[in-house]
Design a protein around this ligand. Structure first.
Ligand code: SF4
Length: 117
């Protein structure tokens, strides 16, 4: 009996893989749409991996505030919730200041690279 929404089944039911194996929509996807589907799955995997890396980094930043030599600011912000205040970390790279002036150029490598663990 399949009266649960598929996403609920996937997240909570131990029988999901046996119960829903034949639950595949009709139709064949190819060309740009197939590439987009593959890209979507790969992006989700990358997000999961980097979310784990980010959480590992965050654990090294408990009670840390300030700015690094290369201009990354770490601060904790208190947010008021219904059941009391919580602290949330805010980490961001400042605009890069060079000898020639402020160029604002921050590459993807600069932002994501160099994780030391
Ligand atoms: S996956 Fe589980 S909850 Fe979903 S329809 Fe099948 S048996 Fe029911």
């Amino acid at each position: 009996m399949r009266d649960w929404p598929r996403e609920m089944c996937r997240r909570f039911c131990q029988f999901y893989f046996s119960c829903r194996t034949d639950d595949v929509p009709d139709g064949h996807i190819d060309g740009d749409a197939a590439l987009a589907a593959r890209t979507y799955v790969e992006a989700n995997d990358t997000i999961k991996q980097w979310t784990a890396v980010k959480e590992g980094a965050r654990q090294h930043l408990d009670d840390v505030e300030g700015v690094t030599a290369d201009g990354i600011i770490v601060r904790w912000v208190e947010i008021n919730k219904e059941d009391g205040p919580i602290k949330r970390i805010d980490v961001r790279k400042t605009v890069v200041q060079t000898e020639a002036g402020c160029d604002g150029a921050v590459s993807g490598e600069t932002v994501s690279g160099g994780v030391p663990w």
